[in-house]
Design a protein around this ligand. Structure first.
Ligand code: 5GP
Length: 182
């Protein structure tokens, strides 16, 4: 059941957490910051599928310099709410990123396992620079020493859905973010 005030999935209840207005305001700020930082350059935004596609779409609409996009896909969670600790590559990049300025776009950084894997993998292609953007970061869960350059919101270590983030592949289409209520 989906209502404005709560989402019930089995015996779990999700309640409103970050509104559509708050998300759009912050994404606009990040887009402006990136536009300034990359003036005179042609960055490639690289979205990590599936979760980042809505954030990436909204982000680049707020970027006012030329840019390119590409995507790749990793698997670590499956349909579970807890990281399996393993990362597998399911779809590779198409773009040649050597000598290019790349901005990796994630929906959420939890343990940092995925981003750490991406960092090692993409570094091998010798890009001119690598920066990271994530709509959400859970600082308390981070297990790797990672610098995330563009952060939408830092949140507590709770499971969230909506705005690209799924629950067993569903609920990505919610316009705002909901959190699991204990
Ligand atoms: P990490 O490798 O940083 O532990 O996890 C990154 C991935 O785990 C994210 O891209 C996302 O797919 C998934 N993830 C982590 N936390 C959450 C959460 O609270 N909600 C959802 N829906 N996915 C999450």
């Amino acid at each position: 059941m989906i209502t404005e005030n709560e989402i019930i999935i089995g015996d779990e209840k999700f309640i409103p957490f970050i509104t559509e207005e708050q998300i759009q305001k912050r994404v606009k700020e990040l887009g402006e910051q990136i536009s300034n930082d990359y003036k005179g350059k042609l960055p490639i935004f690289i979205g990590v599928l599936n979760g980042s596609f809505i954030f990436l779409a909204d982000l680049i609409k707020n970027v006012n310099i030329h840019c390119e996009i590409d995507f790749f896909k990793l698997s670590s969670y499956g349909d579970s709410k807890i990281s399996s600790g393993n990362v597998r590559m399911l779809k590779e990049l198409n773009a040649d990123i050597s000598e290019r300025h790349i901005i990796i776009v994630e929906d959420i950084v939890d343990t940092g396992l995925s981003l750490n894997y991406i960092n090692q993998l993409l570094g091998k292609f010798k890009p001119a620079s690598i920066k990271y953007a994530s709509l959400l970061v859970k600082p308390e869960s981070l297990k790797f020493d990672l610098k995330i350059d563009y952060i939408g919101f830092e949140i507590l270590n709770k499971f969230v859905i909506g705005y690209g983030l799924d629950y067993a592949q569903k609920y990505r289409n919610l316009r705002s973010i909901y959190v699991l209520s204990q």
